[in-house]
Write a protein that binds this ligand. Sequence first.
Ligand code: ATP
Length: 263
Amino acid sequence: MLSIDRVYVRTMTDIPESHPRYRSLMTREMLVRGVKDGIASMQGLIAQGRGEAFDYLLGEKTTESAMRAEKAAVALMMLAKRPVISVNGNAAALSAAELCELSRELNAPLEVNLFHRTEDRVARIVSLLRSKGCQIVYGDRPDRLIPGISHERARATSAGIYGADVVLVPLEDGDRCEALVKMGKKAIAIDLNPLSRTARAATITIVDNIVRAVPNMVALAKEMKGMPPSELGAIAEKFNNDMALAQALDEMMKNVMKARRNV
Ligand code: ATP
């Protein structure tokens, strides 16, 4: 569910809640606002557009398969010694408060990592996340480089992503996801495109919109608190990423075929 406070909404385009595409349009508004506030980049708007297209095919809902991936992801993060959540501009614009809640529930610090990095944008995102109650936010003083990446996303912090064993990478690009896995880390992607390089490289891919996935993960983390490690291990072990990607594609095909029959 989107957490949109009414005052904030009133400052944006007036979209009635009865509009059939209300949630999708509100997500766009949040991202446009993120660009205006110097949180998200212009390129982020295009990435969101690609995500929306896949979400449309998915039926704009969390599928059973995505929910299983979310559960396996939470189990893996609960079992991790040093879980970290990577945050880029779009993730911050759409889910800052929810990512902070997840960080608290899973004891996983956040690290800001930007493709189109400027120190100003990093500082704005760090300060947004702190304003949502996050104690530990890395990313403004990176001290290491992830091997095999030549662009700005290589920057990482020893105490954060660089030293992590499990990294949640919402809305990632394929290069960095592959590089993190090559370093021996487990990567959990949130990506609406089951065909992307990220989706294929990740240990667990959640094919769901970040605005649904993160609140689901917060709820699961609360539910699963106190679960014995053996049970968490069994949940994580049972997950098969190739199968989950195939199920996401099947769901999209099913929706396309259903629409096709009605044309
Ligand atoms: P790759 O390098 O992995 O092949 P890409 O080059 O398409 O992917 P980007 O342009 O960085 O990657 O886009 C980020 C990804 O995030 C896209 O695959 C897009 O489908 C996905 N995405 C965009 N918005 C959302 C969202 N709100 N929730 C989940 N996924 C999203």
